[in-house]
Ligand binder design. Structure first.
Ligand code: SF4
Length: 166
């Protein structure tokens, strides 16, 4: 099955959304409504556009410099099955996968569908953007409450393990 994704857009090359050079997919639809959200146009669940997973994978393979893909938003975990399918295929092709979520890891891991997306992801940046904890010094995250979680190590050790990128 190759479900479609509802996305706000794609950035073909980014060096600020995770290590290396990455393609970034912005999911359309988010219910967190964080104060000071950097991307309010992504909140409407009927906005954006529908795309096939293969279209994104084809785009990635046109760029030999890409190290990975970042699933950002919006909220990718509101479309867990479609984004899990994309993440799984991207990893099969050798790409590193990062997902952002306004939900905390503990919430995502308890949901069967959202757990599937975690399963095919290398790093998770979790938690809502909290403007009172905003810092421009942080790498790959906007506020101090957010965590970069090493999902490969978390699977191996059966507990939440923070990435050394924090
Ligand atoms: S989770 Fe991200 S997209 Fe959603 S409201 Fe918060 S900052 Fe905005």
């Amino acid at each position: 099955m190759n479900p479609q994704l509802r996305i706000a857009g794609v950035v073909k090359e980014s060096i600020v959304d995770g290590p290396g050079i990455r393609l970034v997919v912005f999911a359309q639809g988010c219910r967190h409504h964080c104060q000071g959200c950097h991307n309010p146009a992504t909140h409407d669940f009927s906005g954006g556009k529908l795309v096939d997973i293969e279209t994104i994978l084809d785009e990635m393979q046109k760029n030999p410099l890409l190290d990975g893909i970042t699933l950002s938003g919006g909220e990718p975990f509101e479309q867990p099955q479609a984004f899990a399918a994309l993440a799984r295929r991207a990893r099969q092709l050798g790409y590193h996968v990062i997902a952002y979520s306004g939900y905390r890891y503990e919430t995502l891991i308890a949901n069967k569908d959202q757990q599937q997306l975690l399963e095919h992801t290398d790093l998770l940046v979790d938690g809502k953007f909290d403007i009172t904890q905003k810092s421009l010094l942080l790498k790959f995250r906007g506020s101090k409450n957010q965590r970069i979680i090493d999902l490969n190590q978390s699977r191996l050790q059966n507990q939440m393990i923070l990435s050394e990128l924090n």
